[in-house]
Design a protein around this ligand. Structure first.
Ligand SMILES: [Zn+2]
Length: 70
């Protein structure tokens, strides 16, 4: 496993929910407009790049970028 996949923010399945790997914040499976966008927004609000560790910040920025590419 790489360092990124061990410590980077990601969604963890928990029954009908997905949870933020950093804080455990729950996301409904039917969240709008999509799980990836909701997670990206959560990272921006709750784990602002620059206010978290460098690893988390970089991973969060990557997820946000990927989720908002359209
Ligand atoms: Zn979180």
């Amino acid at each position: 496993m790489t360092k990124d996949s061990e410590f980077g923010p990601r969604l963890i399945a928990d029954g009908n929910l997905e949870r933020c790997s950093i804080c455990g914040y729950p996301f409904r499976a039917d969240v709008k407009p999509s799980m990836s966008v909701a997670f990206a927004e959560h990272l921006l609000k709750a784990h602002k790049p620059g206010q978290t560790t460098e690893d988390v910040s970089q991973a969060a920025a990557r997820i946000v970028r990927e989720a908002t590419e359209d």
